[in-house]
Design a protein around this ligand. Sequence first.
Ligand code: OXT
Ligand code: ADP
Ligand code: MG
Length: 569
Amino acid sequence: MSTENEVELVDAFYMLIESLKNNGIKNIFGIPGIPITALTRSWQADGGKYFGFRHETNAAMAAGASGYLTGVPGVCLTTPAPGFLNGLAGAANATQNGFPMILLSGTAGRRDTDLQKGAFEEMDQLAAARQHVKASYRVNHIEDLPIAMARAVRTAVSGRPGAVYLDLTHEMLTMTLPKAKADELLFTPVDPAPRQPADPAAIKRAVEMLKGAKKPVILLGKGAAYAQCDADIKALVEETGIPFLPMSMAKGLISDHHPLNAGAARSYALPECDVCLIIGARINWLLGHGKGPTWGNKLKKFIQVEIKADEIDSNVPVAAPVVGDIASVVAQLREGLKGMPKADAEWVGGIQSRVNASKEKLAPTLVKETAPGMMNYRNSLGAVRDVLAKYPETILINEGANALDNTRMIVDMTLPRKRLDTGTWGIMGMGMGSCIGATVATGNAVVAVEGDSAFGFSGMEVETIARYKLPITVVVMNNGGIYKGNEENAGGFDDPSISSFTPGARYDMMMTAFGGVGVSVDTPAALAAAIEEGIKSRKPTLINAIIDPDAGVESGRISNLNIERKKKA
Ligand code: OXT
Ligand code: ADP
Ligand code: MG
């Protein structure tokens, strides 16, 4: 603040910081540099929490994870052009996943940028952001900051959540304003994510369809987890007695141990069902686009609860669209379904017996002993499952291919919003940023199960984890490569194959390099002990879990999406 002719002035930093605070923002994730270093410092000086990263994509991943877990947008602050573009990758991922976040970036001066004079870090960032985020806005004047921030927050959290980009122009960041005027402009937005109950006619249609169903299932997606109406969703399932299947990040929304959980009979329940009530999931690639073998090659009667009207019929006809917010709609459905008889016992029993059979088949593989250094994905993750069962509040971050698919199958979740993974894009590199965002947002301990390739995309944030002394335990599933660690060079040469990494790599030493705890383990028992110690001690911990290089399969569970080379004639 300064005075000119006795008028007290405030600068753009003040306006921005006050606007962030007015919108309930408590943390900023980012990397400082020209021209936002002093802005970042001012945020911290003002009492704001700041988490300085080593790469902006990871900072943006942290912001996205924080937004998903709390419903308040996470904020990532970057420098122009290269810093901004790094952050944009994380913002794009947040948008794909429906996580609310705000990407703030400084820019080079508009005058030079628009005439392409070659300014320091010159780039038309607004144009670049536009196609990758839900909305992008440029702030050209200090007076617009309160409105710009409110607009960013409201856009990020209302309707389908997503990332919003705010372009903080160089010129704007140098402006000042009389404090009296500033105080008039600053405000707290009212109800940024308003409830949107569905049309009663749509509810009636859905209710009739459910009542007429012989083999109904309920599919829960991460939109349902995000909606934070866990008790109502559980009540809907229990009152109707309809089996449910969670998409990966909806695991735990209702406990994986619940008797109506049909997750372990997926390949029976989806093809066999007649009516599928989808709550907060898109009918995209993860659901076979609503057709084909995933659904028994039959068109199902879909009831889709969705906030974004144009998502309906995106892949297959939806018989009963219910456009509205999940919390309102689930309450409306429960009301409409009152007195409905429970789902057919034969149908439910058939699913339950298949669930039990799958679990019984899997069980011995989870405890099978292997020679030291030859752990596979089953027995190692069996050990992870047993430890996490003791600490259900722990948030699980999970990426990789075999490391992802097997964890999703083996490690049960019993509480909502405790699992974040590669999501809609199947993205590698969400790991360490999401770990940091998750613990900062919730205070909970975090365990990350990472493929060794996946870990590499954000591995340098181990330093960030150690520097802030965060309660994060990272397990690197070290099979020495992408999918497998024993592939040979396709040309028969000595240099590494396309998928191999350094054999015998000691990822644990990355954590000890920064003062955290590093452990290398080669048996399930040692892995379990190291994880438990990490969770209990809340010390930054990295466990190098040595996995048989031959244990994985190419592309994990989605090898059907790969393209094989055509056979020569
Ligand atoms: O019913 P059936 O019999 O079918 O059985 C199912 C369930 O019923 C059963 N099940 C159970 N059984 C017993 N008990 C329990 N409790 C239970 N629960 C379930 O198990 C099966 C499977 O269940 P699921 O998963 O529900 O069913 P299904 O049919 O698999 O579901 C279909 C899908 C599509 C929903 C599911 O498969 C899914 O969610 N898949 C997500 C896959 C995904 O996103 N993968 C990540 C991307 S792969 C690839 O792209 C990689 N890259 C390239 C790359 C990427 N991605 N990003 C960037 C920025 N750059 C490059 C790379 C580099 S992966 C990768 C690295 C890999 O190497 P790593 O070293 O990191 O990892 P490793 O592989 O470990 O080496
Ligand atoms: P999954 O990957 O778990 O299948 P998706 O990300 O594909 O889930 O789908 C989530 C869906 O939930 C999105 O289409 C999104 O618009 C919707 N959604 C998110 N929040 C809400 C909400 N509060 N009410 C209704 N729909 C929502
Ligand atoms: Mg691997």
